[in-house]
Structure formats: C-alpha cells, structure tokens
Design a protein around this ligand. Structure first.
Ligand code: CTP
Length: 444
C-alpha cells in the first residue's frame, strides 16, 4: 500500500474522531501495524452510521458497498459501521467489542488507533501472534458456522505465521470439515488458494489441510499421495515430493507454483510394478485428468486450468545438455504445440529436481547449457556466428576449383571478401549463394 493510502486512512480516522465518533483500524491492518509491518490494505470500523459517514465525507469519493450496504468506501478505503455479526442480515452495533467478537481469528480481532497508538486486544490476539497460535475468536464452532471458509483461512494463517493450531480450533475444523463441500463457493476457495501461493511456504497450508481433513474437499487427489512410495528414483513419498516442489517455486508465479503442488497427483492411480520395480508410466496424463476436474470445481478459469494442465502434461518431457539438436527441436515443437511456456517448463523442472532426495539439483552450468541449446534452436539465425572464413559454407578448395586458381594469396583474399558480405548479411552464407558469388567474379 502506498504512503498516500496510509495518509488517507489516518485522515479518515482523524476526521471521524473530530466529529465525536470512535474509529479504529481492524483486521489485517491492525494485525500488521502491531507487527510493525506496512499493511496490505486498511479496514476501518467506526461508531458512525453509514449516513454519518456519507455526510462527514460528502466532499470525498464515497461508495456504499457490501452486504446490506453496510460498508462505505471512502477514497477506496473500507469504512464500516460496527456490526453485531458478519452475516447477510448483519445488524449494526454501537460497540467495538461486539464487532471484534465476531471476527474469525484472535489476531484478526485486534483494533488499533494509529493516532494514539492505542490497541484493543480482547481475545489474546497479540499473545497468539507472538506464540504463533492460530485460534478462532471465542467459540470456534460458532465462528465456523458463521462462515465455513474460515476453516481454510485458518490453514492459510497457519502457513503465513508458520504457527500451530489451538486444540479447540483444530477439533472444530475436523468436526465441521464437510461444510466446505456444501456451504462454501468454489470461487472463494480459489481466491484463498491463490493468496496461499503468494506465501513463503504454502507447503504448511497443504499439511494443515491434510491434518484437518479439509484436503478431501479441496484437492482429494492429493490425499492418495500421502503414503504413496515415490519409487526407485525418489527418496521421498509422492506427497512430500509435491510439497517440496511447490515450495521450491517462486511466489511470483502463483499458477506455476500450484502446478508444482499438483504435478504428480496422478501417481497413485498410475502406480504399477514393472520387472519388479515400481513405475508410474503415464502418470502425467492421469494427473491432468484429476487436476482439471478439481480446478474446475474450484472455479479456476479455463485459461488457468489449461495453463496448469498443459504444464503438468509436459513435465516428463526432458532434454539434457547432451540432447541432439534434432531432439531439442522436437522438444520445442512439442511444448509450443501444447502452449507451454518453455521458461515455465524449465522452472517447474528445476523445482521438480530440487524436490528429489535421491538426485542432485541441476547445476547452474547445466541449466545454462540447456537454455543455450533451446535458444540456439529457437533463434536459428543466431545458431552459429560467422566470424571467420572457416565458418563460411565454402572452402578455399571450392574457390580454387570454381575459378581454376592455384593455391595462394588470391584464394585467401576471395574468402575474406565473401566473409565481409556474409557479415553484412548472414543469409548469404549458403553454399549455393556463395558459389554463385564466386562465379560472378567476386574476387576481392
Ligand atoms: N474476516 C472474518 N471472516 C472472514 C473474512 C474476514 O472475520 N471470513 C475479518 C477478519 O477480521 C479479517 C478482516 O475481516 O482480518 C479482513 O479480511 P480480509 O480483507 O480477507 O483480510 P485478511 O484475510 O485478514 O488479511 P489479508 O489482508 O492478509 O488477506
């Protein structure tokens, strides 16, 4: 958030206070302020009614949004009247306590006054933040019943703070986990998953989903991976491999990262014994099938699903530093045919290898060499610089034969003259064109 937004939030709070209304930063903003972190966005709650807010800020851009029009946007910042609850039929309240009590997690139920530095912590949120405890505010069951998505939010915050669930919180999630299937829209789950992909270690989120049983309702294919032996080429289970792969991809590429967490989801279904060895032939196709289905239910867009499925479908393709140029060309064609971005394919490949306890990581020289091989074939005009007469597609012997010349300086001069032309225009470096130029009397 920009400094301007911070200034605006402060000025809104100041103005409301000057008019005799209570007003506080709440939610993520209060949490971040207390952690001395610049907030991502600012949410303000106040004792002023929506009508008061509109009147006080009549000279500013005020939009009324939210369920039952209970939230105002003042210059884009959320300003909401204290609420007794957060449901569709939410009723206003005159008390900050009532508002905070209905917020999901203890550290999301803090309030902070940036003008005075005062904070309100009615549910031990600061202690929980310090101890890394993820705990629903008040009665865990009630908080979940108010909005079952909060079970997934709790897992997200577990990953955000690398924390531990309070026992009542985890108990309640296990008890109500099936509500995820019946009471939460896929769109909301998608948004949570994308937020998680921006965290440092989303693997913690997936572990929390597993530990609470929520995984069955989000990525059921992954639960089969948990005890699935990774086979002779891996020193880790398929589940551990998936978590390590995703964690090894940068948060800058959320969809690619998601592909990392899902890419081997089809392994349990594809597992077989071949010549006494465990094998997963064709697992990438099975992964694509399962992932497409799950992402569709989570309301990912067709473009997002195609992107992830195409990458996963091609993750077993391989080229090495020793691949022949023909093999590299065939590989590029295949990736382009499947609309796979080659850099993303390589990013996934590097993470996939990093997540293998039995193999060494790619060496930087290896990555550079693979990239160079690809780039050379993708940009054929740069494939071979023509910088010396030896790089020409004709030789001194050709010159002598065509012109009936003996060995000597003249042959060298002709080759140099040809090279000069080719340096200007590399497309002239074909045998046919060079022979023609020699015949036409290009003799320096
Ligand atoms: N909140 C809640 N229940 C939800 C969603 C939100 O109680 N299902 C409350 C919490 O107090 C939360 C605040 O609304 O802190 C703002 O929610 P949101 O904008 O989603 O931000 P956070 O998820 O808290 O934080 P971040 O900005 O990091 O996503």
């Amino acid at each position: 958030m920009s400094l301007d937004t911070e200034k605006q939030a402060l000025s809104i709070i100041r103005k409301l206070s000057n008019q005799g209304f209570e007003s506080w930063l709440v939610g993520g903003a209060a949490r971040d302020m207390i952690l001395c972190k610049p907030p991502d966005d600012y949410d303000i709650v106040t004792s002023a009614s929506p009508e008061d807010i509109r009147r006080i800020f009549r000279n500013r851009m005020v939009k009324i949004v939210g369920r039952l029009f209970s939230v105002c946007l003042v210059d884009g910042i959320e300003v909401a009247t204290f609420r007794k609850d957060r449901s569709l039929t939410a009723t206003f309240s005159s008390s900050l306590r009532e508002d905070l009590a209905k917020r999901d997690l203890t550290f999301n139920a803090l309030a902070f006054n940036p003008l005075t530095g005062e904070h309100i912590d009615l549910f031990g949120g600061i202690r929980d933040l310090k101890d890394g405890v993820i705990r629903f505010t008040g009665n865990a069951r009630d908080r979940i019943l108010e909005d079952p998505l909060r079970m997934v939010r709790a897992c997200r915050f577990k990953a955000t703070f690398d924390g531990e669930f309070h026992e009542k919180t985890v108990e309640a999630i296990r008890e109500y986990r099936a509500l995820l299937q019946t009471d939460v829209a896929g769109e909301r789950l998608r948004l949570e998953i994308l937020k998680v992909m921006g965290l440092k270690r989303p693997g913690i989120f997936f572990k929390a989903l597993l530990g609470t049983g929520l995984i069955e309702y989000i990525f059921p294919s992954l639960s089969a991976c948990v005890d699935c032996d990774g086979g002779p080429f891996h020193g880790e289970t398929v589940w551990d491999h998936l978590l390590m792969t995703g964690d090894a991809i940068s948060p800058r590429y959320p969809l690619l990262r998601l592909a990392g967490y899902l890419h081997d989801a089809g392994k349990p279904a594809a597992a077989s014994e071949r010549n006494g060895k465990r094998s997963f032939v064709g697992h990438e196709g099975k992964s694509v099938e399962l992932i497409r289905d799950e992402l569709k239910k989570l309301k990912f867009s067709n473009a997002e699903i195609d992107y992830i499925a195409n990458l996963v479908g091609q993750h077993m393709r391989d080229i090495t530093t020793d691949s022949s140029r023909k093999a590299v060309r065939k590989f590029i064609k295949r990736l382009l045919d499947h609309q796979v971005d080659i850099r993303d394919w390589l990013r996934l490949k590097i993470a996939d290898r990093k997540a293998n306890l039995k193999r060494d990581n790619y060496a930087l020289t290896e990555i550079k060499s693979i990239l160079r091989n690809i780039s050379d074939e993708m940009h054929p005009s740069h494939e071979k610089g023509v910088f010396q007469t030896g790089d020409l597609n004709v030789s001194g012997n050709d010159v002598m034969e065509i012109l009936g010349l003996p060995q000597g300086r003249k042959v060298g001069q002709i080759l140099e003259a040809l090279l000069k032309k080719v340096l200007d225009d590399p497309s002239l470096n074909t045998r046919e064109k060079l022979v023609q130029m020699i015949k036409k009397g290009l003799n320096g």
